[in-house]
Design a binder for this molecule. Structure first.
Ligand code: G6P
Length: 612
């Protein structure tokens, strides 16, 4: 979703514009439909604003050498993922209301009611966004309903807002303050290293701040903070002053693209280490939290909830639990949160999220916390996320910061976590041969290396399919969820319409779409249904489809001019789904890259989806 940035320091101490632009660049993966900044010009205490639809780089160009005062020491900025109102300058944040300016991440659900109220009070709206009500309402409280200072005005505004938000607001009348508030969406305050300059930073996540400081505090839900060069004060939902822990960011998380053209390719290559780290940090009976075995002993079944790639991790693992005699239902979080769910005694609820900030997944977890589950468990890649705070038990994957919008190493570490969960539950029940199981898991990272060695082969294969409009990904049994994830990758970054089908289902409709323009990506591994899958591939060949066959060594591929075969080598036991996933990640990456697309920043998407 949107990224918000802020900076405050003692007057004339430093270049505020550069700081805010860097903070925005650091979180452009949250959205990049438009960008904007607003600061208080210290020469006359008035707001100055710039907005663009050309991203943060465009914003930097616009402000460079222009009238924009770079020495503003009170400044807020925004990089947008559009929800209300199309990407345009008029809808770009910051939004202004007579001497006040706001940037916001989230959705104000009662914006229509508030808009009507404010129009009646004489306010004029200049955008289609829900956000604009925040700034007008605060202006109303500050100036017209005489509630005092900016902080008090924001407290009154927050009382009237419904929905999810993290916002920052500045006012010409209080040029040494930034007031911030959060409910549902993340917000962190960075503490500058130079105390004399009184520098504080604001961002949507700690990673964004880490270019400037390692010290930060995470605001709790419903916190409001008043920040000035003299310090910051945090107030809880009752308006009482509260202290939030100062944390230190682990700088090892901060890395550039290195030799890689895109973060996605780098992150694909990081998977062996990411999986190893996840395995290494998870040894021990309490890997899922203190006393988790006491809970796991009583697990009779599982409900797993997630979105996007995390959802496909859950779909992949579903059969692993069933194979161990543990019934497992998997739900999309956006559906789960509004559906009636039967919770039988002994059901463990599991939420999976790379970011731990996905709005639907958090809402699902909240619902589960209030239901009759045995307990709730969060599997997450961020140990400071809302998900981790809300779940009873947690497992932190060790993928490291994932920057590309399309998720890769987070997925394979989620699979690792789920494999470990199978082990943890069955061990608690006394069902498992732990040594053999861990031996197989620890062998996988090494097996990933030869798969990554297929990079050039897969790139050459990808080159043949740059003009296809549609693709089916097919697989059977444990390859079907991997086909789902592979199709998602292709559509996300290469803009090719892609669907996954269990290979045996093609004849019940999708075959009607097969012609020479249709690409079929088939996953064929050596198992007891290999021949069945190959027959389905033959059905496609007979109808003129183009086939890319990702095949396990030892399986005889069909001979046809329309088939391009990529031999994945041996895919033993548990490694199979991990390794085929990597092949499909590389395939999608190369199609997108060869099409000249911005692989790390696919259109219309965002990395962290903090709205419904
Ligand atoms: C967005 C991202 C996906 C991600 C999904 C769920 O759609 O673009 O890559 O899989 O959100 O995110 P989460 O952080 O909850 O895993």
């Amino acid at each position: 979703m949107c990224g918000i940035a802020g900076f405050i320091a003692a007057p004339n101490s430093t270049n505020g514009l550069d700081t805010v632009l860097t903070l925005l660049t650091n979180q452009e993966y949250r959205g990049y439909d438009s960008a904007g900044v607003v600061g208080i010009d210290p020469t006359n205490n008035t707001l100055v604003r710039e907005r663009t639809c050309d991203g943060v780089r465009g914003l930097a160009q616009m402000t460079e050498g222009s009238h924009f005062p770079t020495h503003c020491c009170v400044m807020i900025g925004h990089t947008r993922w559009a929800t209300h109102g199309k990407p345009s300058i008029r809808n770009a944040h910051p939004h202004i209301s007579e001497g006040l300016a706001v940037v916001h991440n989230g959705i104000i659900e009662n914006h229509e009611v508030l808009r009507t109220f404010l129009i009646e009070k004489g306010y004029t709206f200049t955008s289609d966004t829900d956000t604009e009500v925040i700034v007008h309402l605060t202006q109303y409280h500050l100036v017209w309903s005489s509630h005092g200072d900016l902080l008090t005005a924001v407290q009154h505004t927050v009382d009237q807002l419904e929905g999810a938000f993290a916002f920052e607001i500045i006012a010409e009348s209080e040029p040494e303050h930034i007031v911030v508030a959060r409910r549902g969406n993340p917000l962190v305050i960075g503490i500058g290293e130079n105390v004399l300059r009184g520098e504080f930073y604001i961002a949507s996540d700690a990673f964004a701040l880490s270019s400037h400081t390692t010290q930060y505090v995470v605001l709790n839900d419903n916190d409001i903070a008043d920040i000035s060069p003299h310090g910051y004060t945090i107030y809880d939902t009752d308006g009482m002053e509260v202290v939030r822990e100062i944390r230190t960011y682990n700088m090892q998380e901060r890395t550039g693209k290195g030799e890689y053209a895109y973060f996605m390719l780098k992150e694909i290559y990081e998977q062996p280490d990411a999986m190893r780290n996840t395995l290494m940090k998870s040894v021990g009976v309490n890997a899922f939290g203190p006393h988790s075995p006491r809970i796991f002993e009583h697990v009779e079944q599982l409900h797993i909830v997630a979105c996007g790639t995390s959802y496909y991790a859950a779909r992949t693992a579903q059969q692993w639990f069933i194979d161990m005699g543990i019934p497992c239902n998997v739900h999309m979080a956006s559906e789960y949160r509004y559906s009636r769910v039967l919770v039988r005694p002994g059901t463990l609820f599991v939420a999976i999220s790379q970011s731990g900030e996905t709005a639907d997944t958090l809402a699902a977890l909240q619902k589960a916390n209030g239901s009759a589950y045995l307990s709730t468990l969060g599997i997450c890649n961020s140990d400071e996320s809302s998900l981790v705070r809300a779940a009873n038990y947690t497992f932190i994957t060790q993928a490291g910061h994932e920057q590309s919008v399309a998720s890769t190493k987070a997925f394979t570490t989620q699979l690792t976590a789920l494999r470990l969960l199978v082990l943890a539950i069955t061990r608690a029940k006394g069902w498992c041969d732990e040594d053999a199981y861990m031996g197989e898991l620890f062998a996988i990272p090494q097996r990933m290396e030869p798969l990554l060695g297929l990079n050039t082969v897969i790139r050459e294969a990808a080159r043949r399919y740059l003009n296809v409009q549609s693709a089916f990904f097919i697989g059977r049994g444990d390859m079907y969820p991997i086909a789902l994830e592979g199709a998602l990758k292709l559509k996300e970054i290469a803009y090719i319409h892609a669907e996954a089908y269990p290979a045996g289902e093609l004849k019940h409709g999708p075959l009607a779409l097969i012609d020479p323009h249709m690409l079929i990506v088939a996953l064929v591994t050596d198992d007891d249904i290999t021949e069945k899958t190959l027959s389905n591939v033959q059905e496609v060949i007979a109808r003129g489809g183009q086939v890319v066959l990702f095949i396990e060594q030892g399986v005889l591929p069909p001979v046809s001019d329309s088939v391009h075969t990529i031999n994945l080598g041996l895919l033993p036991g548990m490694s199979k789904q991990f390794l085929t996933t990597i092949a499909l990640q590389l395939f999608a990456y190369h199609v997108a890259d060869l099409k000249g697309l911005d692989v790390d920043r696919p259109r219309n998407l965002a990395k962290s989806v903090t709205v419904e």
